[in-house]
Design a protein. Structure first.
Length: 202
């Protein structure tokens, strides 16, 4: 059994526990779990189909993620650099350090909203003893956007969105996604160049 099969089995197991399973998955994902929260969160949104139910799922996901990130912060505070070096690549760590130094609270928000590994950011925040209250507030806002936007969209327009999906709409979505991802990828790569320049200057 490969790693993908194991992760799928875990998702299916947690799915059987409903909201509790969703909370466990997202809570642990913000600490060390490698399974993306969307693997369970999005199917639950689509299955629910109501705006009230979707908003509640978004609230549960936000609380679980921020709670897990607080634990991740404490883990980074205690375990420090050895943990980060073991479970994350050096390039990712360098980029997140630049994100923290350059953008401060906005960097936390960016990490919370984006696909950037939030757990590693929490470790780095804890290791660097970032202000915990600021970390929590920015995390609530960022995670609230990340889980709230799809919750509202699917809860309000889920049926229409699913009905409109075909080869043409999928191609348009993929094209828009590619247009957005390219500059974001260049920006993410540029963070490493900035860190390397800082190291050379020192």
């Amino acid at each position: 059994m490969g790693i993908t099969d194991i992760l799928n089995s875990v998702v299916q197991f947690l799915d059987g526990f409903g909201l509790i399973g969703l909370f466990i998955l997202i809570f642990t994902e913000a600490i060390i779990n490698p399974i993306p929260p969307e693997t369970l969160f999005w199917p639950m949104l689509i299955s629910d189909g109501s705006i009230s139910g979707s908003l509640f799922l978004g609230l549960v996901a936000t609380i679980a993620s921020v709670s897990g990130a607080i634990v991740g912060y404490r883990v980074g505070e205690r375990a420090g650099r050895p943990l980060i070096d073991r479970f994350s690549s050096e390039k990712t760590v360098l980029r997140l350090e630049v994100l923290t130094q350059r953008y401060g609270a906005s960097g936390i928000f960016i990490a919370a909203v984006s696909p950037i590994p939030y757990k590693v950011f929490a470790w780095i925040a804890g290791m660097g003893k970032m202000d915990l209250r600021l970390f929590i507030i920015a995390g609530i806002l960022g995670r609230g956007v990340r889980f709230g936007v799809p919750a509202v969209a699917i809860g309000a327009y889920g049926a229409e969105i699913l009905a409109s999906l075909n080869v043409w709409t999928f191609s348009i979505i993929a094209l828009i996604g590619a247009i957005l991802i390219i500059p974001l990828f260049k920006w993410w790569q540029g963070l490493l160049d900035e860190k390397e320049n800082q190291i050379m200057a020192d």
